[in-house]
Design a protein around this ligand. Structure first.
Ligand code: UN1
Length: 508
């Protein structure tokens, strides 16, 4: 089925060969076959400090460049992304294992956020506010914040960085990026394209965007450094628990986008053909490795049997294989640890009375070091601790419900609060789910699955998902600092709240 995975052409195309090092301790692998793609040097703590130094120096220049001009850099970056969409999409597929359609989709998501950021570069509005004092004016000014630290995960190795980078750069900030150790080549390729855009732009300060490669110690270096006023971190709740208190200890700001345990309710009036396709894409797509992946499905008892039978068939027939092949819908898991976690969860599900279908390893003969698995569907009588935990793999837990109130309560009875959806054609049900008494997530959809959000909205969620919001809407405000300005153009000095404080005779 497969041809060899050859990454050297892409390494040449992105001109990142200089960053490779035969003796390097960071090994880039492809989950397609599990083998090594390249070796790179790990960044040290000193490298992290140097990157922050450079970014800080660049920030001092960049903050004074007019925002629409900063937008021009991002416009040029989007041109580079458009020109290299096929190559970058393929590199993402090779390094992450998501199918090529999704690799290309990830690059499109980068282009979309760049376009959004270019428009935004002329719209960093502040308000003019009503002042209680005569002869005064009060307004808000938004200023660049400083160095933004970005910690990103393997599952969206390019797009999540771009959400942060494109917005932060038009806001006048500089960047230090610590990508996942599992996807260093994609990170270097992204940085190379931004460097090309900067060369064409002319006059971008050196060190405006930096990549440091390595493990959690580098994320902690960003978390601890007071010269990094904002750290945007995407990954597991465990990672968030490690970095968030360190950022808070120095009163830094954090945008946290952590675990999800996303649900979908399928109500009796739902368009079941749509619900079926949505559930399949959201649960099995990206091999279940999105933060927004569908993990819990609540199906009304009146339609349960027929719907679940069809869904099981869809899971069983989904083509799992080389993510570069056009007919493949599900690629490999990122690594053996992900496969082991999936198998452990399925064993636990079976032991506690769940009915497991699928989940078995595939293509082990062909690629003994790669980990392909059939997406699993688990019919479970109860929402156990296992179901309430996020296992980052294609496992869909299915539960039967009778009353919508109960389904909503069960839906919300998890620690995470990222994304959610309901399939219904009943207006009352849809509006209840969207209301304050409905889903408690940051993303709440009707007749659309929980995954695959577009960039125009704010992305993120509540509770253990971390509360951060990134990408569109007004998320840019997190990347700037707000100053409230009051200007007196009168010849008096009235005090707010009518306070009288009469100066001694003869003063002024
Ligand atoms: C993630 O999984 O970290 O909504 C991000 C989605 C994508 C982004 C997912 N646009 O599924």
């Amino acid at each position: 089925m497969t041809s060899a995975v050859n990454v050297s052409e892409l390494i040449n195309q992105f001109e990142i060969a200089a960053r490779l090092s035969a003796q390097g301790r960071l090994v880039a692998r492809s989950p397609i076959h599990g083998g090594e793609l390249a070796r790179l040097a790990l960044s040290s703590g000193d490298d992290a400090t140097r990157a922050i130094d450079q970014a800080q120096a660049a920030f001092l220049d960049w903050r004074s460049v007019p925002a629409p001009r900063r937008g021009e850099l991002i416009r040029l970056f989007a041109e580079e992304l458009r020109a290299h969409k096929a190559a970058l999409g393929l590199l993402i597929t090779i390094e992450n294992g998501k199918i090529l359609q999704e690799g290309l989709g990830e690059v499109q998501e980068m282009i979309d956020i760049c376009d959004f950021a270019v428009g935004l570069s002329r719209q960093l509005y502040g308000l003019t506010l009503a002042t209680e004092r005569p002869g005064h004016r009060m307004m808000e000014t938004w200023h660049p914040l400083g160095v933004v630290g970005i910690v990103s995960a393997f599952n969206f190795p390019a797009a999540v960085w771009a959400w942060n980078a494109a917005i932060a750069l038009v806001c006048g900030d500089a960047l230090v990026w610590k990508p996942s150790e599992k996807t260093p080549l994609t990170a270097l390729a992204c940085q190379a394209l931004l460097d090309r855009a900067a060369a064409r732009f002319g006059g971008a300060p050196p060190g405006l965007s930096n990549v440091i490669l390595g493990g959690p110690d580098l994320a902690e270096a960003l978390a601890d450094d007071p010269r990094v006023p904002l750290v945007s971190a995407t990954g597991s709740t465990r990672m968030g628990r490690a970095v968030a208190p360190r950022i808070a200890a120095r009163f830094g700001r954090a945008i946290l986008e952590l675990g999800g345990n996303n649900g979908m309710i399928v109500a009796p009036s739902a368009d079941l053909a749509l619900a079926l396709r949505a559930a399949l894409f959201a649960a099995a797509g990206t091999a279940g490795q999105r933060c927004t992946t569908l993990r819990r499905l609540f199906v009304h008892e009146s339609i349960y049997d027929g719907f679940i039978a069809r869904l099981k068939r869809a899971f069983a027939e989904t083509v799992v294989g080389d993510p570069r092949d056009a007919q493949t819908l599900v690629g490999p898991l990122i690594d053996e640890a992900a496969y082991a976690a999936m198998q452990a969860a399925l064993a636990e599900a079976g032991a506690e009375g769940g009915q497991v279908s699928g989940g078995e390893r595939l293509h082990a003969q062909l690629w003994p070091e790669a980990f392909y698995a059939r997406p699993a569907l688990v019919e479970t009588p109860r929402q156990t601790a296992l179901v309430r935990r996020e296992t980052f793999a294609p496992i869909l837990y299915v539960l039967r419900y009778g009353a919508l109130d109960e389904a909503i309560a069960a839906h919300n009875a998890v620690a995470q609060g990222l994304s959610s959806s309901i399939f219904t054609n009943d207006l009352r049900e849809a509006e209840l789910f969207l209301s304050s008494a409905g889903s408690d997530c940051g993303i709440v959809n009707v007749n659309i699955g929980p995954s695959g959000a577009e960039i125009g909205g704010a992305f993120g969620g509540e509770k253990e998902t971390g509360g951060g919001r990134e990408a569109g809407s007004d998320c840019w405000k997190a990347y700037m600092r707000r100053a409230t300005n009051t200007i007196n153009f009168s010849r008096d000095l009235p005090l707010a709240q009518g306070v009288r404080f009469d100066a001694p005779e003869g003063l002024g």
